[in-house]
Design a protein around this ligand. Structure first.
Ligand code: FES
Length: 158
């Protein structure tokens, strides 16, 4: 009789323990889902390029210290591309007459979206993720994105 009682108590304890674990996991998942995405991002490491309104549509803005160019497209979107040539890593320059990025080392050229126009480079310039916060453009300069071609998902819209 005594051992039966002990078994029931043990079983009851493990059942309660298991239910508690499941409940805690469920609460954890709900809290993670409800947490705003901006709190998950560590914005301290982002480069603040300035106020959104200070960038005219259809223009390219150099940020030499951060080794990138910020392109505000004619449709208002933003694309941040690296100034590091994808051939052997020289620093490219922007030629406003030709509307292209040009590499002084071996003459690779890229269009304003970073796509290769002239070899020897074979892949587009890397781009950086962008977020908007308090009307400012924040660029994730520690996270260059390698790509095989340009597509619209790389452009960030307000
Ligand atoms: S490093 Fe740019 S073309 Fe070679």
């Amino acid at each position: 009789m005594k051992s039966l009682n002990l078994n029931i108590n043990r079983r009851s304890f493990f059942k309660k323990f298991l239910y508690s674990l499941i409940s805690l996991q469920f609460i954890y998942v709900i809290v993670r889902l409800l947490k705003p995405r901006t709190q998950i991002l560590n914005l301290e490491n982002y480069f603040d390029a300035g106020e959104i309104s200070s960038f005219e549509k259809g223009k390219i803005y150099p940020f030499g210290t951060q080794k990138l160019y910020l392109h505000r497209l004619k449709d208002g979107g933003f694309l941040a591309v690296s100034s590091k040539c994808t051939h052997l890593g020289c620093t490219i320059g922007y030629n406003p007459q030709k509307k292209s990025f040009e590499c002084p080392c071996h003459a690779s050229a890229f269009n304003t979206n970073g796509e290769v126009m002239s070899p020897p480079a074979t892949r587009p310039l890397d781009y950086y993720p962008i977020v908007f916060k308090d009307n400012h453009i924040l660029i994730d300069i520690n996270n260059p994105q390698r790509r095989s071609k340009f597509n619209q998902s790389q452009v960030k819209y307000i």
